[in-house]
Design a protein around this ligand. Structure first.
Ligand code: DGL
Length: 285
């Protein structure tokens, strides 16, 4: 029997890759995606009105992140990258395990912690890993848990750096305040485990402090930034999942949405992405 037209299931319309962050920080991850996977279309969403997420409760980060993912899905994204460590730490697992089945089992949400952690066995020399992140990311224990799955022999020491995000956002990454707080947090981490050989910069803002972080990190200790790792992992994911790859449009475009003032977003984007962008306002609920 021929189905009536209303029952014919159309193939899903392809859409851009959705990239979500609490605010501007995810633009450092987006920069690597644009560099390493330039052919796709991207739709970035920054929840600037409710950022920072770093000191918010699990429940709020989960609710806000789920709203953002819903918005990106509604705008045609089949694949969303949570380009925010705090959201990846506090919301990703619940969304993957609970919400996707209900919303649309064919869509995917990926985070930034797993791709970072997967790179470590090839990089660490002695298995002593330091993690720096927001209070929320560190308290979640997500890095520690993911690392234990990869190699239970790793010694993992994590410390929160609550002052680094405000320093970057207030354009003080080159100032004397940055010297003080970078020295303070790196020293605290290294005194907790002097054998640390690799430090993960587990927050989207930290690449902007890299020159200072390098200055205060003992020689021989490797510093890991996430953007290139996330981009390489996404390229690999799309190679292994041609059905998802076929659902992404290729036009090399970038559109940005913010829950705050679009002109401020456009201005700050120059700092985080190295170039200005156009942004429009969106309300999440
Ligand atoms: N994007 C967040 C992260 O990577 C940092 C900013 C915030 O606290 O919202 O954890």
């Amino acid at each position: 029997m021929t189905p009536t037209p209303s029952l014919i299931k159309l193939p899903p319309q392809p859409g851009p890759i959705g990239v979500f962050d609490s605010g501007y920080g995810g633009l450092t991850i987006l920069g690597s995606l644009l560099e390493q996977l330039p052919g796709y279309d991207y739709l970035y969403l920054g929840d600037n009105a409710r950022a920072p997420y770093g000191s918010r409760s699990f429940d709020l980060v989960y609710r806000f992140t789920l709203q953002a993912v819903g918005e990106l899905f509604a705008r045609g994204c089949h694949l969303v990258i949570l380009a925010c460590n705090t959201a990846s730490a506090k919301a990703l697992r619940s969304i993957q395990q609970r919400d996707l089945a209900r919303i649309d089992p064919a869509r995917r949400v990926l985070g930034v912690i797993r791709p970072t952690v997967e790179a470590l066995p090839a990089i660490t020399r002695g298995g002593h890993i330091g993690i720096l992140g927001t209070p929320g990311t560190v308290a979640s224990g997500s890095y520690q848990m993911e690392l234990a799955k990869i190699d239970p022999g790793f010694t993992v020491t994590a410390r929160a750096c609550p002052m680094w995000v405000p320093l970057v956002e207030n354009r003080e990454a080159d100032g004397a305040g940055a010297d003080y707080f970078v020295d303070k947090y790196i020293s605290a981490l290294m005194s907790a485990d002097p054998a640390i050989d690799t430090i993960v910069l587990g927050c989207t803002h930290y690449p902007l402090l890299l020159p200072k972080i390098q200055q205060y990190t003992p020689e021989g200790v490797r510093l890991l930034t996430q953007g290139p790792l996330v981009a390489a992992s996404l390229a690999d994911y799309l190679r292994r999942h041609p059905e998802m790859d076929a659902r992404i449009t290729r036009g090399s475009t970038l559109r940005c949405l913010t829950t705050e003032d679009p002109s401020r977003f456009a201005d700050m984007a120059s700092l985080f992405l190295g170039r200005p962008v156009d942004a429009s306002r969106v309300t999440l609920a």
